[in-house]
Design a binder for this molecule. Structure first.
Ligand SMILES: [Zn+2]
Length: 319
């Protein structure tokens, strides 16, 4: 009798414990979900362009990030070991950074993008970042993660803001511009695969809500922005630069003293205007007077001398 009672009691306890565990688990899941929802709140607002651009818009609308002006240095390059060490419990462990990408380009290939060295890696509609790509990024001077919300993904523990090769030249260029009386503003540099996909997915969702099929929505989104892994911002070698204090990416930047200075001097630091007005049919990207690409001094000078865009220059090197 006593044994039975005890058994009953322990059975009851087991049930209680089980119920309690389920409740606790539910609460934990709810918290994790709530936290990750907040984490994923977009920090880049994107609204589809109003004009009917047939070319891609490489860049998102300006972010609301604080100034990343390198002249306000506390610049100590943070190495990956100094990156936040607290693991995020909801972090997915992935084999490839594309595992977390919802919409990947069906056409792009990874063949030979490094054929002419890392500084000349070519990313566009045809070529995407290879799955085994290793970023070599450092913090820009304010030490801020560009899109820290994606840092919880394993491959991105070292995510900073700027490719290491371009970091010093970029700093030097900004310092020289300030000295010349045309201070610059780094609006956007490295953008993670995840953020790029997030932006793309948001466009697709917007078009699906307006009644398009998913396929039609993807096609439309693809005309306005780039698939993840095909944006230069995914490499850390592409930079959106405006005059100090300005975060609005518009064509009117071409009328500024800063733009004039960049057109005359950027090559001396290894940067080229990547999406020129007269090359849109080759680049597949609309004219972007603010988007500069690091290729190294020698190539930058040669590219300008030949009046070529990067696609043409790669062909030229291979001819
Ligand atoms: Zn850009």
């Amino acid at each position: 009798m006593a044994t039975n009672k005890r058994r009953k009691k322990s059975k009851l306890d087991f049930k209680k414990v089980a119920l309690l565990s389920v409740a606790v688990l539910a609460v934990v899941i709810a918290i994790v979900f709530a936290v990750s929802s907040t984490d994923n709140a977009p920090d880049y607002e994107y609204s589809p362009t109003e004009n009917n651009q047939t070319n891609n818009v490489e860049d998102s609308k300006p972010s609301t990030e604080p100034s990343t002006d390198p002249t306000t240095e506390p610049s100590t390059d943070k190495t990956p070991t100094e990156a936040p060490s607290e693991p995020v419990t909801s972090a997915p462990v992935m084999k490839s950074f594309y595992d977390a990408v919802k919409y990947r380009s069906p056409d792009a290939v990874t063949a030979d993008i490094f054929k002419h060295g890392r500084n000349l890696m070519l990313l566009n509609r045809e070529y995407e970042l290879p799955e085994d790509f290793k970023w070599d990024l450092v913090y820009w001077s304010n030490g801020k993660h560009v899109d820290a919300m994606y840092l919880n993904c394993e491959e991105h523990n070292a995510v900073k803001a700027v490719d290491k090769a371009a970091y010093q030249p970029l700093k030097d260029m900004f310092a020289a511009a300030s000295e010349a009386g045309v201070p610059l503003n780094l609006v956007s540099a490295y953008r993670s695969i995840y953020l790029q996909d997030k932006l793309f997915t948001r466009s697709v969702n917007t078009y699906m809500k307006s009644g398009l099929s998913e396929t039609a929505a993807i096609n439309k989104a693809n005309r306005e922005r780039t698939f993840s892994g095909t944006s230069e911002h995914n490499t850390g070698l592409g930079f959106d630069i405006l005059e100090k204090g300005n975060y609005t990416l518009t064509e009117s930047f071409e009328n500024t003293a800063q733009f004039k200075w960049l057109m005359e001097n950027a090559e001396n630091y290894g940067f080229i205007l990547r999406y020129a007005k007269d090359k849109t049919d080759i680049t597949g990207i609309m004219y972007e007077p603010w988007h500069f690409r690091y290729v190294g001094v020698e190539h930058a000078k040669k590219i300008n001398q030949l009046d070529m865009c990067l696609e043409e220059y790669i062909d030229y090197l291979e001819a």
